[in-house]
Design a protein around this ligand. Structure first.
Ligand code: PAF
Length: 268
């Protein structure tokens, strides 16, 4: 396993892998690796030909009175864990490598960020979105793996990725014609609608299902397999929403079956 510290070297490694036709998985972390990270690395190693784990304590996602300086840092420990899980590269840049002097470009998500941690930690998600975007640009992963515990972060990153492409990334997307790809955007549109309703306080699961259904049904090439709102604990459909849950949909676009979902956990 290699430890890479510069963006240039990381990009060169990625280019080499891409030239060989290998798929790349990314597990972004701030180090202090624990069991949650380990299971993400295991999945990444199983699902991708090469895996990069970034270990970067991202200064711009910490507020002025937060624990940036004291955040645990132990590269030796993290590298040993990553190596034991079969990771190929630990990407460990210095802050100046990611944010050169006078750095001034940020990624801001305008929705989903004004409640929960977004409300309590102003600027936090701007920092997260910016660094995740940079990591995606550098590593160009086919798949990226994030923990579900931080549900707000996950929802924001999923939305950021979906808005970049408009279509939740899936290897099945390559089966779609151009017309079908356009039609498939109804999945992410319907999931955003569900997310907006739930974030706005809607607790009636039928209202959420109906909103999703109406968006999908308006697309002539789409055929619904299922639209569900379920409890996270037992995956059973619910009538009214609690503090956590999952909106999950499966839709055929032509012959291709696509899935998308919105997972929320306001208890976190
Ligand atoms: O969840 C984390 O550890 C961080 O927010 C992330 C996604 C690695 C970005 O710095």
């Amino acid at each position: 396993m290699k430890i890479i510290t510069t963006v240039a070297e990381m990009k060169a490694q990625v280019a080499e892998w891409k030239a060989e036709g290998l798929t790349i998985g990314l597990t972004p972390t701030m180090g202090a690796l624990h069991e949650g990270h380990m299971s993400l690395m295991e999945r990444a190693v199983k699902e991708c030909d090469r895996v990069v784990t970034s270990v970067f304590v991202n200064p711009i996602q910490f507020g002025p009175n937060e624990d940036y300086d004291n955040y645990p840092r132990d590269l030796e420990h993290d590298a040993a864990i990553a190596e034991s899980k079969g990771v190929n590269v630990v990407f460990h840049p210095e802050p100046e490598e990611m944010y050169p002097k006078n750095y001034n470009t940020y990624v801001v998500m305008e929705t989903l960020t004004d409640t929960l941690c977004g409300a309590k930690r102003p600027g936090h998600f701007r920092g997260v979105c910016t660094v995740v975007n940079k990591l995606f640009n550098i590593v160009q992963p086919d798949k990226a793996f994030f923990g579900q515990k931080d549900a707000q972060q996950l929802a924001i990153i999923k939305r950021m990725v979906a808005e970049e492409d408009g279509l939740a990334k899936s290897s099945r997307n390559s089966y779609l014609s151009a017309e079908e790809r356009k039609a498939a955007l109804c999945l992410s549109r319907s999931i955003f609608a569900a997310q907006d309703l739930i974030e706005g306080g809607e607790r009636n699961a039928d209202i959420v299902r109906t909103a999703v259904r109406e968006i999908i049904e308006a697309e002539p090439l789409a055929q619904i397999d299922y639209i569900e709102v379920v409890d996270l604990g037992n995956m059973q459909p619910v009538d009214s929403l609690g503090e956590s849950g999952l909106v999950a949909i499966a839709v055929y676009i032509g012959k291709t079956r696509l899935i998308d979902n919105y997972l929320f956990d306001f208890d976190e």
